[in-house]
Design a protein around this ligand. Structure first.
Ligand code: BD7
Ligand code: ZN
Length: 323
């Protein structure tokens, strides 16, 4: 079996940060905030976050904050809760959420308060969350709201009980979760619901054996994981499925060695980067989720990542358990 070509992936990510005009960058232009989170978290997991210019990244992130408090995916785009989480995660990686450590204190307090108020305003009467002012509802947004507010130590500002009740209303007979009540079970959505329940300490509300069964059935012959029955395996599902299995304590139900081999087989061992499946083109998204998957699989040389917050464990310990 091949090895993780960590140094090549670091070079790939550093180059991707600078590229602005190739095919992948144009596709990802409106998702640049997410791209920053995927790239920088990959670097941190590989022990190389110190190779980037913190001030440059943080000032770019802040240039994407809007008056409402939310962030956009790039300068001049509309804000959405999807990008607010990535922005908060990037600030967390750089330890910029602690006002004692940052200059212009008052300005930062205001920044955090507006983020908090923006998210609180997105909660609906039934406990669900909308993603932005246009109102689309999805359990993805419940997860994001809960992750952000937990990181900011403001979970008490929303109705957590109603938020959990809404998530449980999206639970299906097969043990999985969908994006709204009655929506088909999908590994990405399951991750969002399970992680939200984990962060609020509500995992006892999940049927772990039933859900664990559905999740471990996602492993196919090649060792890779898919997101739904009959679908092709995909490196990013290593994350959505595996993190959920870890949170419900059923990770021993899949074959870890075969999954490691599948992820390593998706590497571009020459130029760095990881693809969705062997021999496809690499991208920054699958590079991050491949490395994050290996982190969950305790691959040597990769820092441990927290399955619920999707941030390195040392970062989560600093933020969540420091106060
Ligand atoms: C998922 C769907 C959305 O409509 C919006 C956001 C998400 C989660 C977000 C993420 O992982 N943040 O860390 N995903 C994405 O930003 C990807 C970006 C992408 C676009 C095109 C090709 C690769 C990546 N998006 C928007 C997706 O829809 C990816 C597409 C994909 C990846 N591999 C095969 N297709 N799908 C995805 O993230 O699915 C996981 C998921 C689905 C529903 C809820 C939560 C997770
Ligand atoms: Zn994928």
């Amino acid at each position: 079996m091949g090895e993780l070509v960590a140094e090549k992936h670091v070079q790939y990510v550093l180059a991707a940060e600078k590229r602005k005009d190739d095919f992948e960058s144009v596709l990802m232009e409106h998702l640049r905030m997410n791209g920053a989170y995927w790239g920088l978290t990959t670097l941190d997991l590989l022990g190389k976050l110190d190779t980037v210019d913190v001030n440059e990244v943080v000032s770019w992130v802040m240039s994407c904050q809007h008056e409402s408090g939310g962030f956009s995916g790039n300068v001049g785009h509309d804000p959405h809760i999807l990008y607010t989480l990535s922005a908060v995660q990037v600030l967390a990686l750089f330890n910029k959420l602690d006002i004692i450590d940052v200059d212009k204190k008052a300005c930062w307090i205001l920044c955090f308060l507006t983020i908090m108020l923006d998210i609180v305003n997105l909660q609906n009467e039934d406990g669900s969350f909308s993603g932005d002012i246009w109102g689309e509802v999805d359990t993805r947004f419940s997860y994001i709201a809960i992750n952000c507010l937990s990181i900011l130590h403001h979970l008490d500002k929303i109705n957590v009980e109603k938020a959990m009740k809404y998530i449980l209303s999206c639970k299906n007979m097969d043990g999985g979760f969908g994006c709204t009540p009655g929506g088909e079970s999908h590994a990405g959505q399951i991750f969002c619901c399970v992680a939200a329940l984990a962060i609020t300490g509500s995992l006892d509300l999940v049927d772990k054996d039933l859900l664990g069964w559905w999740l471990c059935e996602r492993q196919v012959k090649s060792g890779g994981l898919n997101g739904r029955p009959e679908k092709l395996p995909d490196v990013c599902y290593s994350w959505w499925v595996l993190s959920s299995l870890i949170m419900i304590d059923r990770v021993h139900w899949i074959n870890k060695e075969k999954l490691i081999k599948f992820i390593l087989d998706c590497q571009d061992t020459e130029n760095g980067g990881i693809s969705d499946r062997p021999d496809d083109a690499v991208d920054i998204f699958h590079t991050y989720f491949g490395v994050a998957g290996l982190s969950l699989l305790e691959y040597p040389g990769v820092k441990p990542i927290d399955p619920a917050y999707a941030l390195p464990v040392d970062v989560v310990n600093r933020i969540i358990f420091s106060k």
